[in-house]
Design a protein around this ligand. Structure first.
Ligand SMILES: C[S@@+](CC[C@H](N)C(=O)[O-])C[C@H]1O[C@@H](n2cnc3c(N)ncnc32)[C@H](O)[C@@H]1O
Length: 239
């Protein structure tokens, strides 16, 4: 690929809603393993990147030639320190508002998550645990570069849906994760549940709570009021 064209693609990726920016080797590796169409990859140090890929992802074949850029161009492209010397861009897949009910596993529904790092961490654990998908109610974009970085690119491994204003009707039992619910180990959780998790500070809205067929809590030691959003998601994904 022509170097100037590749750099231009990477530069415009922040503003272009049709693409996904992949920051670091982990995001690039997972994106490629799970079928991303990567159109440009840049690094300030091709040898180091090749060593990292050989070590962390010997199975991964890069679909395009890596562009090696000078330090100024790299700084300009990344804007902040990256975890490892790789920046790539991929086509953003078309994802439906919700995965179809026949997709096996639990669906994670996040209501107005505030922190893209939490959102990415939920995607990561949901993908690892074989969830049916992650759906976001609200403005947070599961494909935002910060969420993709925290999700280690695993947005490509499951339907990462969302930015719906209201959760559509779902043919799955809606179960609220709520620190005031019934104990999870007693109440249980259906394998095809849509698990509802609330916003970091305020928890689930009354509207979404009213739609749930049950409320379950992850037991906590007295005095502890709640778990971090992504931690709570991890517990129920493996429950
Ligand atoms: C940081 S918590 C919000 C805390 C909020 N003050 C509340 O009372 O729900 C974010 C979300 O994680 C889930 N969560 C956290 N800890 C939980 C627990 N021990 N049991 C069930 N859900 C929990 C809930 O869905 C909650 O809405």
């Amino acid at each position: 690929m022509d170097q100037a064209y590749g750099v231009a693609l990477l530069r415009s990726a922040r503003r272009d809603p049709s693409v996904v920016r992949l920051e670091g080797v982990h995001a690039l590796k997972h994106a490629l393993r799970f079928g991303a169409s990567v159109t440009a990859i840049a690094t300030p140090d091709r040898d180091q990147l090749q060593r990292l890929l050989a070590d962390l992802a010997p199975d991964v074949v890069l679909p395009v030639e890596v562009i090696e850029v000078d330090a100024d161009t790299w700084r300009d492209l990344v804007g902040r320190e990256l975890p490892s010397p790789a920046l790539a861009v991929a086509h953003r897949p078309d994802v439906p508002a919700l995965p179809t009910p026949d997709v096996p596993g639990r669906l994670v529904v996040l209501e107005h998550p505030r922190h893209l790092g939490n959102l990415g961490a939920v995607v990561r654990v949901a993908a690892a645990a074989g969830a049916a998908g992650v759906c976001v109610v609200g403005d947070a974009d599961p494909w935002h570069p910060t969420a993709v970085r925290a999700g280690a690119g695993l947005q490509f491994a499951l339907p990462a849906c969302g930015r719906v204003d209201v959760l559509p009707e779902i043919e799955r039992p809606l179960v609220a994760l709520d620190p005031d619910g019934d104990d999870l180990d007693v109440a249980g959780l259906p394998p095809d549940a849509a698990v509802l998790l609330g916003t970091e500070r305020g928890g689930l809205s009354p509207d979404l709570l009213a739609r749930a067929v049950g409320r379950v809590r992850i037991p906590m030691r007295p005095g502890v009021s709640s778990l971090n959003l992504a931690t709570a998601a991890a517990v129920v994904m493996y429950a």
